[in-house]
Design a protein around this ligand. Structure first.
Ligand code: UD1
Length: 343
């Protein structure tokens, strides 16, 4: 039987590349479209080294509907889409809101527009726990209230979720699964793919590993006077390979018509809240490497504590995060060392 083909937009990016590996391992064929704005063509070598298969690759921009039309003409067998193509830096989105609205929203609209005529059965959309803002209660379920967005980036996630619900409500002949990621971290255990932050990392784990290897002098812990057990913020750090596996489950569900509703939403987290200081400690224990850090002032806009109730994904999607945080930290470190060797 021919392999089913999945279109992965943003497939050379951090989560996209790990998902492509899991799709190939699960027996799918993949075509990636990516404009390489925040990734590198060499990621394809990493995917090939892990899986033995080089995914088809189209260099192009999903904001341009004609590029997507040509892609569907060349790949008429696409049965499902996983849409990772988006800009994701919170701070940058405040400075360049139109870049975020144009990129994140037009990409989704173009894909939804072209799905019916190309008989695509389903789309998986990358959303974020940012839609819950500062939750009234933890853990958060999919029914927890959506809070007003605090950045254009967060707003694009809310708007895109609404666009999907509106289009399905209007009778679109396809399904959608919205995945709300908590804090994706780590790298493939092979250290052949991982996160490639542009410039100075804004997120905790890449900053931590760059500090551990000596690229940065010290890590700043943004606040130790929050209302949490050790005073630092609490997040739900989810291993990127675990996260990638959830996408395979999600797209398979729609392609095989096993979804219960035309739009389904799942939280993707571990269910465990871990503080910033605990994470640093876990990294040190797992790797034996000390991370120089200082306590700095709070970062504007930070959520104090958020972690997932992943029960719905566990029971309905049949997915569970299984990688211990120490293993995730070891993988992040192995990847950082592999990057250093490449230079
Ligand atoms: C943010 C976004 C989230 C997005 C994610 C990845 C919000 C509310 N959250 O998550 O939607 O998916 O980025 O782009 O918009 N920290 C330090 N020192 C550092 C860096 C971070 O102490 O050098 C702390 C932060 O204060 C925070 C925690 O580490 O408490 C996690 O920060 P980060 O990795 O940036 O992720 P979020 O802000 O949770």
């Amino acid at each position: 039987m021919d392999k089913k083909r999945i279109l992965v937009t943003g497939g050379t990016g951090y989560i996209g590349s790990h998902t492509t590996v899991e799709l190939i391992n699960a027996g799918y064929s993949v075509v990636i479209i990516d404009n390489l704005s925040n990734s590198n063509i060499e990621v394809l070598d990493g995917i090939e080294a892990i899986t033995g298969v080089r995914p088809d690759f189209v260099e192009g921009d999903c904001r341009d509907i004609e590029t997507l039309r040509r892609l569907f003409a060349d790949y008429p067998d696409v049965v499902g889409i996983i849409n990772f193509a988006a800009s994701k830096a919170v701070g940058e989105s405040v400075e360049k809101p139109l870049l975020y609205y144009r990129n994140n929203i037009n990409t989704l609209v173009n894909l939804l527009d072209l799905m019916p005529e190309n008989k695509v059965k389903g789309i998986v959309f990358s959303s974020s726990c940012t839609v819950y803002g500062e939750p009234d209660e933890n853990p958060v379920t999919e029914q927890s209230p959506i809070k007003p967005a605090t950045s254009p980036y967060g707003n694009t996630k809310q708007i895109c979720e609404e666009i999907i619900r509106d289009v399905i409500a209007a009778g679109a002949p396809f399904s959608a699964i919205i995945l709300r990621y908590f804090n994706p971290v780590g790298a493939h255990p092979s250290a052949l793919i991982g996160e490639l932050p542009n410039g100075v990392p804004q997120n905790l784990v890449p900053y931590l590993t760059q500090t551990a290897i000596g690229i940065r002098k010290q890590l700043s812990v943004f606040g130790d006077d929050y209302d949490t057990p050790d005073g630092s913020c609490i997040r739900d750090f989810i291993d990127v390979v675990d996260l990638a596996r959830a996408h395979v489950q999600a797209v398979a569900r729609m392609v095989e018509g096993r979804n219960l509703n035309p739009v389904e939403t799942f939280n993707l987290g571990t269910g465990r809240g871990v503080s910033v200081l605990e994470l640093i400690n876990t990294f040190e224990q797992a790797t034996g490497v000390k991370v120089p850090y200082v306590i700095a002032s709070r970062r504007a806009g930070d959520i104090v504590k958020v972690w997932a109730d992943p029960t719905y994904a566990n029971t309905v999607l049949g997915w569970k995060a299984t990688t211990p945080l120490a293993d995730t930290m070891a993988a992040a470190w192995k990847w950082q060392k592999a990057l250093a060797e490449k230079k």
